[in-house]
Design a protein around this ligand. Structure first.
Ligand code: 0L1
Ligand code: MG
Length: 297
């Protein structure tokens, strides 16, 4: 991956968290520990009332904990970008999370999921920003800053028991972000890279097709991820440095990610991306068959 964040994620802007800072911090610590230990926790909202702005404040506090441990912000991801997922959650808007360098797995690389809770994987499209963009304005020209696109895989892993959560819970949990893999970049201007509608997407686990979809399932057009990210990044104070990666969203449902497996995803005309998982003990909730979609509250 090129480029590194030189600025830090800021406190959410234009928002009004109503929950005391100490409570926000405690929520972030709980999620941070769940992620590091692989031990799931109950939903935060079972015991704490959180608005959506509070939830983004928890997410930002969690990112600061990661940065204190030496991680760098290298991009952003959108979640709930397909109509099916949004309807399942009963929400009208997508959500945004943060990517750090520690979440990046090289294309074809090996991922140890033994510290995961119940990891799942989904095929996506990624954009790369060729220059830094001032995201303080909600109409910042992110699309104009894109210099390349790529097929991608996102590994999501909710830190909540049974992968069940409310919208506020999942935002606080950095939108279930765990890891990401970026395939070969196609520079804009090469072939038909700018046309991303109706491209077939196929994901395989150990050679067996486990999910198929279309890039049109990503916000009706993956390019819509750029203005959407600009709006959400401005509202929640996220930075996007030069070289930043943006995961536009999933083209299919996420499927359980087993240990000792090789997962490939192909986006027609863009190429193939792959990741392998280290053999070893499955995580506690990895007994479901690949292909089984997860549930939400
Ligand atoms: O990247 C995603 O779309 C995940 C968003 C969070 C909800 C989920 O875990 O499915
Ligand atoms: Mg995703």
């Amino acid at each position: 991956m090129t480029g590194a964040a030189t600025k830090t994620m800021t406190e959410p802007m234009s928002t009004d968290p109503h929950t005391p800072t100490a409570v926000i911090g405690a929520c972030a610590e709980n999620l941070h520990e769940a992620r590091r230990s692989g031990r799931a926790i109950p939903q935060l909202t079972a015991t704490t009332s959180l608005t959506l702005d509070d939830a983004y404040a928890v997410q930002a506090a969690g990112v600061r904990l990661r940065m204190s441990a030496g991680e760098r912000v290298v991009g952003a991801k959108l979640g709930l970008t397909s109509k099916a997922k949004a309807e399942q959650m009963g929400v009208a808007d997508v959500i945004i999370g943060v990517l750090t360098d520690a979440m990046h797995v090289p294309d074809g690389g090996l991922l140890d999921i033994s510290r995961g809770v119940h990891p799942r994987i989904e095929p996506e499209v990624a954009f790369r920003l060729g220059r830094a963009v001032d995201t303080s304005a909600p109409d910042a020209d992110l699309r104009g800053a894109v210099d390349a696109v790529a097929p991608a895989l996102e590994i999501i892993d909710s830190r909540y028991q049974d992968f069940r959560f409310t919208l506020e819970d999942v935002v606080a949990d950095n939108t279930s972000g765990s890891h990401f893999v970026i395939g070969p970049w196609t520079e804009l201007g090469e072939g038909s890279a700018t046309q991303l509608l109706d491209r077939a997407v196929e994901m395989r686990v150990d050679g067996r097709v486990c999910a198929t979809g279309s890039t049109t399932d990503i916000l009706d057009d993956p390019w819509q991820a750029l203005p959407t990210t600009a709006r959400l990044a401005a509202r929640y104070g996220q930075v996007l440095p030069a070289g930043a990666v943006l995961l536009a969203g999933a083209a299919t449902a996420a499927v359980p990610l087993p240990a000792g497996a090789r997962v490939t995803a192909e986006v027609a005309g863009l190429g193939t991306v792959s990741v392998s998982t280290a053999p070893g003990a499955e995580t506690a909730e990895m007994t479901a068959e690949p292909g089984q979609a997860h549930t939400h509250d």
